[in-house]
Ligand binder design. Structure first.
Ligand SMILES: Cc1cc2nc3c(=O)[nH]c(=O)nc-3n(C[C@H](O)[C@H](O)[C@H](O)COP(=O)(O)OP(=O)(O)OC[C@H]3O[C@@H](n4cnc5c(N)ncnc54)[C@H](O)[C@@H]3O)c2cc1C
Length: 465
Protein backbone atom coordinates (compact mmCIF):
# COMPACT_ATOMS: atom_id res chain seq x y z
CA UNK A 1 0.00 0.00 0.00
CA UNK A 2 1.26 3.50 -0.85
CA UNK A 3 2.00 5.55 2.27
CA UNK A 4 2.21 9.34 2.43
CA UNK A 5 4.60 11.14 4.71
CA UNK A 6 2.88 14.54 4.89
CA UNK A 7 0.27 15.28 7.57
CA UNK A 8 -3.36 15.34 6.46
CA UNK A 9 -4.22 18.84 5.26
CA UNK A 10 -7.32 20.51 6.64
CA UNK A 11 -8.58 20.94 3.09
CA UNK A 12 -8.45 17.13 2.57
CA UNK A 13 -10.37 16.63 5.81
CA UNK A 14 -12.98 19.12 4.65
CA UNK A 15 -13.42 17.09 1.45
CA UNK A 16 -13.92 13.81 3.37
CA UNK A 17 -17.17 11.86 3.23
CA UNK A 18 -20.11 13.99 4.48
CA UNK A 19 -20.57 11.63 7.44
CA UNK A 20 -17.13 12.70 8.77
CA UNK A 21 -17.83 16.43 8.56
CA UNK A 22 -16.51 18.16 11.67
CA UNK A 23 -15.16 14.87 13.06
CA UNK A 24 -11.62 15.08 11.63
CA UNK A 25 -9.10 17.21 13.48
CA UNK A 26 -5.84 18.03 11.71
CA UNK A 27 -2.68 19.83 12.85
CA UNK A 28 -4.14 22.99 11.34
CA UNK A 29 -7.08 22.97 13.80
CA UNK A 30 -6.68 24.86 17.09
CA UNK A 31 -7.96 21.86 19.05
CA UNK A 32 -5.40 19.41 17.63
CA UNK A 33 -3.32 19.26 20.84
CA UNK A 34 -6.39 18.38 22.90
CA UNK A 35 -7.57 15.88 20.28
CA UNK A 36 -4.29 13.92 20.19
CA UNK A 37 -3.97 13.59 23.97
CA UNK A 38 -3.92 10.10 25.55
CA UNK A 39 -5.03 9.02 29.06
CA UNK A 40 -1.37 8.72 29.95
CA UNK A 41 -0.33 12.36 29.71
CA UNK A 42 3.38 11.62 29.25
CA UNK A 43 2.69 10.15 25.80
CA UNK A 44 3.15 12.69 23.03
CA UNK A 45 0.98 11.29 20.22
CA UNK A 46 1.62 12.91 16.83
CA UNK A 47 -0.78 11.36 14.31
CA UNK A 48 -1.42 12.86 10.89
CA UNK A 49 -5.03 13.55 11.97
CA UNK A 50 -7.52 12.50 14.65
CA UNK A 51 -11.01 11.23 13.79
CA UNK A 52 -13.88 11.10 16.28
CA UNK A 53 -16.46 8.71 14.78
CA UNK A 54 -19.97 8.64 16.20
CA UNK A 55 -21.20 5.47 14.52
CA UNK A 56 -20.00 2.30 12.80
CA UNK A 57 -20.68 4.10 9.49
CA UNK A 58 -18.26 6.85 10.51
CA UNK A 59 -15.63 4.23 11.37
CA UNK A 60 -16.01 2.64 7.92
CA UNK A 61 -15.75 6.09 6.28
CA UNK A 62 -12.61 6.83 8.33
CA UNK A 63 -11.00 3.56 7.25
CA UNK A 64 -11.73 4.35 3.58
CA UNK A 65 -10.47 7.94 4.07
CA UNK A 66 -7.21 6.56 5.50
CA UNK A 67 -6.79 4.17 2.55
CA UNK A 68 -7.41 6.97 0.04
CA UNK A 69 -4.77 9.13 1.71
CA UNK A 70 -2.13 6.39 2.08
CA UNK A 71 -2.48 6.46 5.85
CA UNK A 72 -2.81 3.76 8.50
CA UNK A 73 -5.48 3.69 11.24
CA UNK A 74 -4.84 3.33 14.99
CA UNK A 75 -8.00 2.81 17.08
CA UNK A 76 -7.96 4.18 20.59
CA UNK A 77 -10.60 4.07 23.32
CA UNK A 78 -8.95 5.96 26.16
CA UNK A 79 -5.19 5.79 25.59
CA UNK A 80 -4.52 3.76 28.75
CA UNK A 81 -2.04 1.69 26.73
CA UNK A 82 -0.85 4.35 24.29
CA UNK A 83 2.83 3.95 25.24
CA UNK A 84 3.74 1.03 22.98
CA UNK A 85 2.05 2.56 19.88
CA UNK A 86 5.27 4.39 19.03
CA UNK A 87 5.41 6.93 16.24
CA UNK A 88 2.04 7.69 14.67
CA UNK A 89 3.61 9.04 11.51
CA UNK A 90 1.37 8.40 8.51
CA UNK A 91 -1.34 7.22 10.87
CA UNK A 92 -4.81 8.53 11.57
CA UNK A 93 -5.73 8.18 15.22
CA UNK A 94 -9.33 7.01 15.49
CA UNK A 95 -10.71 7.89 18.91
CA UNK A 96 -13.90 6.07 19.78
CA UNK A 97 -14.79 8.16 22.83
CA UNK A 98 -18.06 9.46 21.29
CA UNK A 99 -19.38 5.91 20.76
CA UNK A 100 -20.60 5.23 24.29
CA UNK A 101 -23.82 3.22 23.93
CA UNK A 102 -24.39 0.44 26.49
CA UNK A 103 -27.41 -1.84 26.25
CA UNK A 104 -28.11 -4.60 28.76
CA UNK A 105 -30.28 -7.58 27.86
CA UNK A 106 -31.12 -8.96 31.32
CA UNK A 107 -32.87 -12.07 29.96
CA UNK A 108 -29.94 -13.14 27.80
CA UNK A 109 -27.44 -11.77 30.36
CA UNK A 110 -25.55 -9.94 27.63
CA UNK A 111 -24.23 -6.38 27.42
CA UNK A 112 -23.82 -4.76 23.99
CA UNK A 113 -21.15 -2.14 24.42
CA UNK A 114 -20.02 0.43 21.86
CA UNK A 115 -16.31 0.92 21.24
CA UNK A 116 -15.78 4.02 23.39
CA UNK A 117 -17.52 2.89 26.59
CA UNK A 118 -15.47 2.61 29.78
CA UNK A 119 -15.96 -0.04 32.47
CA UNK A 120 -17.80 2.18 34.97
CA UNK A 121 -20.60 2.68 32.44
CA UNK A 122 -21.07 -1.04 31.81
CA UNK A 123 -20.69 -2.13 35.44
CA UNK A 124 -23.30 0.35 36.65
CA UNK A 125 -25.76 -0.47 33.85
CA UNK A 126 -25.42 -4.23 34.49
CA UNK A 127 -25.75 -3.83 38.27
CA UNK A 128 -29.23 -2.32 37.81
CA UNK A 129 -30.26 -5.83 36.69
CA UNK A 130 -28.31 -7.68 39.39
CA UNK A 131 -25.59 -8.61 36.88
CA UNK A 132 -21.81 -8.27 36.82
CA UNK A 133 -19.28 -8.00 33.98
CA UNK A 134 -15.67 -9.19 34.03
CA UNK A 135 -14.44 -5.61 34.48
CA UNK A 136 -10.90 -4.58 35.31
CA UNK A 137 -9.84 -2.80 38.46
CA UNK A 138 -10.08 0.68 36.97
CA UNK A 139 -13.42 2.39 36.24
CA UNK A 140 -12.19 4.40 33.25
CA UNK A 141 -10.29 1.74 31.29
CA UNK A 142 -11.88 1.14 27.88
CA UNK A 143 -13.98 -2.02 27.64
CA UNK A 144 -12.89 -2.85 24.09
CA UNK A 145 -9.11 -2.33 24.46
CA UNK A 146 -9.13 -4.29 27.74
CA UNK A 147 -11.17 -7.15 26.28
CA UNK A 148 -9.17 -7.46 23.04
CA UNK A 149 -6.05 -7.91 25.18
CA UNK A 150 -7.56 -10.54 27.51
CA UNK A 151 -9.06 -8.78 30.53
CA UNK A 152 -8.02 -9.67 34.09
CA UNK A 153 -10.83 -8.98 36.52
CA UNK A 154 -11.42 -9.40 40.25
CA UNK A 155 -13.90 -12.07 39.09
CA UNK A 156 -11.42 -13.71 36.70
CA UNK A 157 -10.31 -16.62 38.89
CA UNK A 158 -13.96 -17.62 39.07
CA UNK A 159 -15.13 -16.80 35.52
CA UNK A 160 -11.99 -16.53 33.37
CA UNK A 161 -10.70 -13.86 31.01
CA UNK A 162 -13.15 -11.24 29.78
CA UNK A 163 -12.07 -12.03 26.18
CA UNK A 164 -13.53 -15.50 26.64
CA UNK A 165 -16.86 -14.09 27.82
CA UNK A 166 -17.36 -12.30 24.47
CA UNK A 167 -20.41 -13.47 22.51
CA UNK A 168 -20.06 -11.36 19.34
CA UNK A 169 -17.98 -8.51 17.95
CA UNK A 170 -18.85 -5.88 15.35
CA UNK A 171 -15.74 -4.75 13.51
CA UNK A 172 -14.80 -2.65 10.49
CA UNK A 173 -12.12 -4.51 8.58
CA UNK A 174 -9.24 -2.95 6.63
CA UNK A 175 -11.32 -2.95 3.43
CA UNK A 176 -14.01 -0.82 5.09
CA UNK A 177 -16.58 -3.62 5.59
CA UNK A 178 -18.65 -3.78 8.79
CA UNK A 179 -18.71 -7.42 9.94
CA UNK A 180 -20.51 -8.97 12.90
CA UNK A 181 -18.46 -11.98 13.88
CA UNK A 182 -19.26 -14.73 16.33
CA UNK A 183 -18.66 -18.46 16.64
CA UNK A 184 -20.56 -19.20 13.38
CA UNK A 185 -19.82 -16.11 11.27
CA UNK A 186 -16.19 -15.27 10.49
CA UNK A 187 -15.00 -17.66 13.24
CA UNK A 188 -11.29 -17.02 12.57
CA UNK A 189 -11.67 -13.27 13.00
CA UNK A 190 -13.81 -13.83 16.10
CA UNK A 191 -11.13 -16.11 17.55
CA UNK A 192 -8.32 -13.61 16.80
CA UNK A 193 -10.12 -10.66 18.38
CA UNK A 194 -10.62 -12.52 21.67
CA UNK A 195 -7.20 -11.93 23.18
CA UNK A 196 -5.20 -11.19 20.02
CA UNK A 197 -5.31 -7.43 20.49
CA UNK A 198 -6.22 -4.64 18.09
CA UNK A 199 -4.44 -5.74 14.88
CA UNK A 200 -7.46 -7.11 13.00
CA UNK A 201 -9.86 -4.23 12.45
CA UNK A 202 -11.61 -1.40 14.25
CA UNK A 203 -14.12 -2.79 16.69
CA UNK A 204 -17.34 -0.78 16.80
CA UNK A 205 -19.24 -2.81 19.42
CA UNK A 206 -18.82 -5.91 21.52
CA UNK A 207 -21.29 -8.26 23.20
CA UNK A 208 -20.26 -9.59 26.60
CA UNK A 209 -21.68 -12.30 28.81
CA UNK A 210 -22.81 -11.07 32.23
CA UNK A 211 -22.95 -13.03 35.49
CA UNK A 212 -25.64 -13.11 38.16
CA UNK A 213 -23.53 -11.57 40.94
CA UNK A 214 -24.84 -8.64 42.95
CA UNK A 215 -22.41 -8.45 45.84
CA UNK A 216 -18.85 -9.34 46.72
CA UNK A 217 -17.10 -9.58 50.06
CA UNK A 218 -14.25 -7.26 49.23
CA UNK A 219 -11.89 -4.60 50.48
CA UNK A 220 -8.34 -3.85 51.55
CA UNK A 221 -6.14 -4.76 54.51
CA UNK A 222 -3.69 -1.90 55.14
CA UNK A 223 -0.43 -2.34 57.09
CA UNK A 224 2.50 0.05 57.58
CA UNK A 225 4.99 -0.37 54.74
CA UNK A 226 7.69 -1.51 57.21
CA UNK A 227 5.76 -4.76 57.63
CA UNK A 228 6.15 -5.64 53.93
CA UNK A 229 8.04 -8.85 54.46
CA UNK A 230 5.78 -10.54 57.03
CA UNK A 231 2.56 -9.45 55.28
CA UNK A 232 3.64 -10.56 51.81
CA UNK A 233 5.02 -13.86 53.08
CA UNK A 234 1.65 -14.49 54.75
CA UNK A 235 -0.11 -13.54 51.50
CA UNK A 236 2.16 -15.92 49.59
CA UNK A 237 1.18 -18.70 52.03
CA UNK A 238 -2.47 -18.03 51.15
CA UNK A 239 -1.94 -18.08 47.38
CA UNK A 240 1.06 -20.21 46.43
CA UNK A 241 -0.62 -23.61 46.10
CA UNK A 242 -3.72 -24.56 44.14
CA UNK A 243 -5.90 -25.06 47.22
CA UNK A 244 -7.29 -21.55 47.38
CA UNK A 245 -10.85 -21.57 45.95
CA UNK A 246 -11.61 -19.78 42.67
CA UNK A 247 -14.06 -17.55 44.55
CA UNK A 248 -11.20 -15.66 46.20
CA UNK A 249 -8.98 -13.22 44.32
CA UNK A 250 -6.26 -11.32 46.16
CA UNK A 251 -3.30 -9.18 45.41
CA UNK A 252 -0.32 -8.05 47.45
CA UNK A 253 0.96 -4.55 46.88
CA UNK A 254 3.14 -1.69 48.00
CA UNK A 255 1.13 1.51 47.74
CA UNK A 256 2.36 5.06 48.29
CA UNK A 257 -0.59 7.40 48.38
CA UNK A 258 -0.19 11.01 47.27
CA UNK A 259 -1.10 13.88 49.67
CA UNK A 260 -4.26 14.87 47.79
CA UNK A 261 -7.67 15.77 49.29
CA UNK A 262 -9.55 12.98 47.42
CA UNK A 263 -7.84 10.44 49.74
CA UNK A 264 -9.20 10.01 53.31
CA UNK A 265 -7.05 11.88 55.85
CA UNK A 266 -5.95 8.73 57.71
CA UNK A 267 -4.37 7.33 54.50
CA UNK A 268 -3.36 10.55 52.71
CA UNK A 269 0.36 10.87 51.89
CA UNK A 270 1.21 7.56 53.63
CA UNK A 271 2.88 4.36 52.42
CA UNK A 272 1.49 0.89 52.98
CA UNK A 273 1.83 -2.75 52.21
CA UNK A 274 -1.69 -3.90 51.43
CA UNK A 275 -3.65 -6.99 50.53
CA UNK A 276 -6.71 -6.44 48.34
CA UNK A 277 -9.32 -9.18 48.45
CA UNK A 278 -12.49 -9.98 46.55
CA UNK A 279 -14.56 -13.03 47.36
CA UNK A 280 -17.78 -14.13 45.67
CA UNK A 281 -19.48 -16.87 47.64
CA UNK A 282 -19.86 -17.97 51.23
CA UNK A 283 -18.53 -15.23 53.52
CA UNK A 284 -17.47 -17.70 56.22
CA UNK A 285 -15.10 -19.33 53.73
CA UNK A 286 -13.50 -15.95 52.98
CA UNK A 287 -13.13 -15.09 56.68
CA UNK A 288 -11.39 -18.40 57.29
CA UNK A 289 -8.99 -17.91 54.38
CA UNK A 290 -8.19 -14.33 55.37
CA UNK A 291 -7.83 -15.04 59.10
CA UNK A 292 -4.00 -15.36 59.07
CA UNK A 293 -3.70 -11.98 57.36
CA UNK A 294 -6.13 -10.37 59.76
CA UNK A 295 -4.22 -11.92 62.68
CA UNK A 296 -1.27 -9.73 61.67
CA UNK A 297 -3.32 -6.73 62.81
CA UNK A 298 -3.88 -4.43 59.84
CA UNK A 299 -4.17 -0.73 60.72
CA UNK A 300 -7.28 -0.61 58.56
CA UNK A 301 -9.55 -3.40 57.29
CA UNK A 302 -12.19 -2.34 54.74
CA UNK A 303 -13.28 -5.84 53.72
CA UNK A 304 -17.07 -6.02 53.82
CA UNK A 305 -20.01 -7.01 51.67
CA UNK A 306 -20.30 -4.45 48.87
CA UNK A 307 -22.35 -4.04 45.69
CA UNK A 308 -20.40 -5.05 42.57
CA UNK A 309 -19.84 -1.46 41.30
CA UNK A 310 -17.79 -0.80 44.47
CA UNK A 311 -15.08 -3.11 43.05
CA UNK A 312 -14.20 -0.25 40.68
CA UNK A 313 -12.84 1.74 43.64
CA UNK A 314 -11.12 -1.11 45.48
CA UNK A 315 -7.79 -0.84 43.66
CA UNK A 316 -7.73 2.97 44.03
CA UNK A 317 -6.63 3.56 40.43
CA UNK A 318 -6.72 7.17 39.21
CA UNK A 319 -9.98 7.68 37.29
CA UNK A 320 -8.77 10.63 35.23
CA UNK A 321 -5.81 11.14 32.88
CA UNK A 322 -2.44 11.21 34.65
CA UNK A 323 1.21 11.46 33.64
CA UNK A 324 2.96 8.24 34.55
CA UNK A 325 5.00 5.25 33.53
CA UNK A 326 4.47 1.63 34.43
CA UNK A 327 5.10 -1.83 33.10
CA UNK A 328 4.35 -5.44 33.90
CA UNK A 329 5.82 -8.92 33.93
CA UNK A 330 4.16 -12.30 34.30
CA UNK A 331 5.43 -14.51 37.09
CA UNK A 332 5.54 -18.32 36.80
CA UNK A 333 6.10 -19.17 40.47
CA UNK A 334 6.48 -17.19 43.69
CA UNK A 335 8.87 -19.01 46.04
CA UNK A 336 9.90 -17.33 49.29
CA UNK A 337 13.04 -15.95 47.63
CA UNK A 338 10.88 -14.12 45.08
CA UNK A 339 8.89 -12.44 47.87
CA UNK A 340 12.18 -11.39 49.50
CA UNK A 341 13.38 -9.92 46.21
CA UNK A 342 10.05 -8.10 45.75
CA UNK A 343 10.20 -6.58 49.24
CA UNK A 344 13.80 -5.50 48.80
CA UNK A 345 13.28 -3.73 45.47
CA UNK A 346 9.81 -2.27 46.07
CA UNK A 347 9.24 -2.05 49.83
CA UNK A 348 10.21 0.40 52.54
CA UNK A 349 13.91 0.43 51.52
CA UNK A 350 13.27 0.69 47.77
CA UNK A 351 15.93 2.76 46.01
CA UNK A 352 13.15 4.91 44.48
CA UNK A 353 9.57 5.10 45.79
CA UNK A 354 7.04 4.07 43.12
CA UNK A 355 3.33 4.81 43.65
CA UNK A 356 2.35 1.18 43.17
CA UNK A 357 4.04 -2.19 42.83
CA UNK A 358 1.65 -5.13 42.84
CA UNK A 359 1.50 -8.87 42.52
CA UNK A 360 -1.89 -10.28 41.49
CA UNK A 361 -2.78 -13.86 42.17
CA UNK A 362 -4.01 -15.53 38.95
CA UNK A 363 -4.85 -19.20 38.37
CA UNK A 364 -8.32 -20.64 38.79
CA UNK A 365 -10.45 -20.30 35.64
CA UNK A 366 -7.80 -17.97 34.16
CA UNK A 367 -5.48 -20.97 33.90
CA UNK A 368 -7.97 -23.36 32.29
CA UNK A 369 -7.85 -23.36 28.45
CA UNK A 370 -11.01 -24.42 26.61
CA UNK A 371 -11.56 -25.22 22.90
CA UNK A 372 -14.33 -22.60 22.79
CA UNK A 373 -11.93 -19.85 23.89
CA UNK A 374 -10.25 -17.25 21.70
CA UNK A 375 -6.60 -16.50 20.92
CA UNK A 376 -5.75 -16.02 24.60
CA UNK A 377 -7.30 -19.18 25.91
CA UNK A 378 -5.70 -19.02 29.36
CA UNK A 379 -2.93 -17.32 31.31
CA UNK A 380 0.08 -19.53 31.84
CA UNK A 381 1.44 -17.68 34.89
CA UNK A 382 0.47 -17.90 38.53
CA UNK A 383 0.96 -14.19 39.27
CA UNK A 384 1.25 -10.91 37.42
CA UNK A 385 3.55 -8.07 38.41
CA UNK A 386 2.88 -4.41 37.66
CA UNK A 387 4.98 -1.46 38.79
CA UNK A 388 4.16 2.16 38.11
CA UNK A 389 4.91 5.69 39.20
CA UNK A 390 3.65 9.21 38.58
CA UNK A 391 5.72 11.54 36.42
CA UNK A 392 4.56 14.98 37.58
CA UNK A 393 7.55 16.67 35.92
CA UNK A 394 9.41 15.46 32.79
CA UNK A 395 12.76 15.42 34.62
CA UNK A 396 11.42 12.63 36.89
CA UNK A 397 10.61 10.27 34.05
CA UNK A 398 14.07 8.69 33.79
CA UNK A 399 14.11 7.82 37.51
CA UNK A 400 10.61 6.31 37.41
CA UNK A 401 11.48 4.28 34.32
CA UNK A 402 14.73 3.08 35.90
CA UNK A 403 12.92 1.90 39.03
CA UNK A 404 10.16 0.14 37.08
CA UNK A 405 12.86 -1.70 35.16
CA UNK A 406 14.69 -2.47 38.41
CA UNK A 407 11.53 -4.08 39.84
CA UNK A 408 11.07 -6.18 36.69
CA UNK A 409 14.74 -7.19 36.75
CA UNK A 410 14.51 -8.24 40.41
CA UNK A 411 11.59 -10.58 39.64
CA UNK A 412 12.95 -11.73 36.25
CA UNK A 413 14.35 -15.03 37.64
CA UNK A 414 10.75 -16.13 38.23
CA UNK A 415 9.26 -14.72 35.02
CA UNK A 416 6.81 -16.82 33.02
CA UNK A 417 7.61 -17.53 29.39
CA UNK A 418 4.37 -15.92 28.19
CA UNK A 419 3.69 -12.21 28.78
CA UNK A 420 0.32 -10.44 29.02
CA UNK A 421 -0.53 -7.79 26.45
CA UNK A 422 -2.61 -5.53 28.71
CA UNK A 423 0.14 -5.22 31.31
CA UNK A 424 2.82 -4.49 28.70
CA UNK A 425 3.16 -0.72 28.52
CA UNK A 426 6.38 -0.94 26.55
CA UNK A 427 7.02 -2.47 23.13
CA UNK A 428 7.60 -6.23 23.33
CA UNK A 429 8.30 -9.10 21.01
CA UNK A 430 4.79 -9.95 19.72
CA UNK A 431 5.46 -13.68 19.95
CA UNK A 432 5.85 -13.36 23.73
CA UNK A 433 2.09 -12.84 24.30
CA UNK A 434 0.74 -16.14 23.00
CA UNK A 435 1.64 -19.81 22.80
CA UNK A 436 3.47 -20.53 19.54
CA UNK A 437 0.56 -22.23 17.76
CA UNK A 438 -1.79 -19.34 18.61
CA UNK A 439 0.73 -16.75 17.46
CA UNK A 440 1.19 -18.52 14.11
CA UNK A 441 -2.59 -18.64 13.62
CA UNK A 442 -2.88 -14.94 14.52
CA UNK A 443 -0.27 -14.07 11.89
CA UNK A 444 -2.16 -16.07 9.23
CA UNK A 445 -5.42 -14.32 10.13
CA UNK A 446 -3.71 -10.91 9.99
CA UNK A 447 -2.44 -11.77 6.50
CA UNK A 448 -5.96 -12.74 5.43
CA UNK A 449 -7.86 -9.74 6.84
CA UNK A 450 -5.28 -6.93 6.59
CA UNK A 451 -2.48 -7.87 4.15
CA UNK A 452 -1.52 -4.19 3.70
CA UNK A 453 -1.14 -3.62 7.47
CA UNK A 454 -3.59 -0.72 7.49
CA UNK A 455 -4.65 -1.35 11.09
CA UNK A 456 -2.04 -0.30 13.60
CA UNK A 457 -2.27 -1.80 17.10
CA UNK A 458 -0.27 -0.93 20.20
CA UNK A 459 1.09 -4.50 20.21
CA UNK A 460 1.06 -5.30 16.48
CA UNK A 461 1.00 -8.75 14.94
CA UNK A 462 2.97 -9.02 11.69
CA UNK A 463 1.12 -10.70 8.84
CA UNK A 464 2.37 -14.18 7.92
CA UNK A 465 4.33 -14.18 4.66
C1 LIG B 1 -4.89 2.35 35.71
C2 LIG B 1 -4.96 1.10 34.89
C3 LIG B 1 -5.63 -0.02 35.39
C4 LIG B 1 -5.69 -1.21 34.64
N1 LIG B 1 -6.31 -2.31 35.15
C5 LIG B 1 -6.38 -3.46 34.42
C6 LIG B 1 -6.99 -4.64 34.92
O1 LIG B 1 -7.50 -4.67 36.03
N2 LIG B 1 -6.98 -5.75 34.15
C7 LIG B 1 -6.45 -5.77 32.88
O2 LIG B 1 -6.51 -6.79 32.21
N3 LIG B 1 -5.88 -4.67 32.38
C8 LIG B 1 -5.81 -3.52 33.11
N4 LIG B 1 -5.18 -2.42 32.61
C9 LIG B 1 -4.58 -2.50 31.29
C10 LIG B 1 -5.62 -2.18 30.22
O3 LIG B 1 -6.48 -3.27 30.05
C11 LIG B 1 -4.90 -1.89 28.89
O4 LIG B 1 -4.14 -0.72 29.06
C12 LIG B 1 -5.89 -1.75 27.74
O5 LIG B 1 -5.18 -1.74 26.53
C13 LIG B 1 -6.69 -0.48 27.88
O6 LIG B 1 -7.64 -0.37 26.89
P1 LIG B 1 -8.14 1.09 26.47
O7 LIG B 1 -9.06 0.94 25.34
O8 LIG B 1 -8.55 1.81 27.70
O9 LIG B 1 -6.74 1.72 26.02
P2 LIG B 1 -6.26 2.25 24.59
O10 LIG B 1 -4.86 2.72 24.81
O11 LIG B 1 -7.24 3.21 24.05
O12 LIG B 1 -6.28 0.97 23.68
C14 LIG B 1 -5.28 0.01 23.75
C15 LIG B 1 -5.23 -0.74 22.42
O13 LIG B 1 -6.41 -1.49 22.27
C16 LIG B 1 -6.77 -1.52 20.90
N5 LIG B 1 -8.10 -0.92 20.73
C17 LIG B 1 -8.73 -0.06 21.54
N6 LIG B 1 -9.95 0.23 21.03
C18 LIG B 1 -10.06 -0.46 19.87
C19 LIG B 1 -11.06 -0.60 18.88
N7 LIG B 1 -12.24 0.03 18.97
N8 LIG B 1 -10.82 -1.41 17.83
C20 LIG B 1 -9.66 -2.08 17.70
N9 LIG B 1 -8.67 -1.98 18.61
C21 LIG B 1 -8.87 -1.19 19.68
C22 LIG B 1 -5.73 -0.76 20.12
O14 LIG B 1 -4.74 -1.66 19.64
C23 LIG B 1 -5.15 0.14 21.20
O15 LIG B 1 -3.81 0.55 20.91
C24 LIG B 1 -5.09 -1.24 33.37
C25 LIG B 1 -4.41 -0.12 32.87
C26 LIG B 1 -4.33 1.04 33.62
C27 LIG B 1 -3.56 2.22 33.06
Amino acid sequence: MRRMTAPIARASADRAAPTLEGKIVTAEHARFDEARRAWNLTIDQRPSAVVFPESAGDVAAAVLFAREHGQRIAAQGTGHNAGPLGSLEDTILLKTERMRGVHIDPEARVARVEAGAVWLEVVEAAAKHGLAALAGTSPDVGVVGYTLGGGLSFLGRKHGLCANAVRAIEVVTADGRLVRCDRETEPDLFWALRGGGGSFGVVTAIELELFAIEHAYAGVLFYPIERGSEVLHAWRELTHDDLVPDELTTLGRFLRLPPIPEIPEELRGKSFVIVEACHVGDRAQADELLAPLRALGPVKDTIQTVPIPALGRLHMDPDHPVPGFGDGLMIAELPEAAVDAFVEVAGEAAPFPLATVELRHLGGALARPMPSHGALSSIDARYSLFAGGMVPAPELEAAVRAQVHAVKAALAPWAASQMYLNFADTQREAASFWPEHAYRRLRRIKAAVDPGDLIRANHPIPAAR
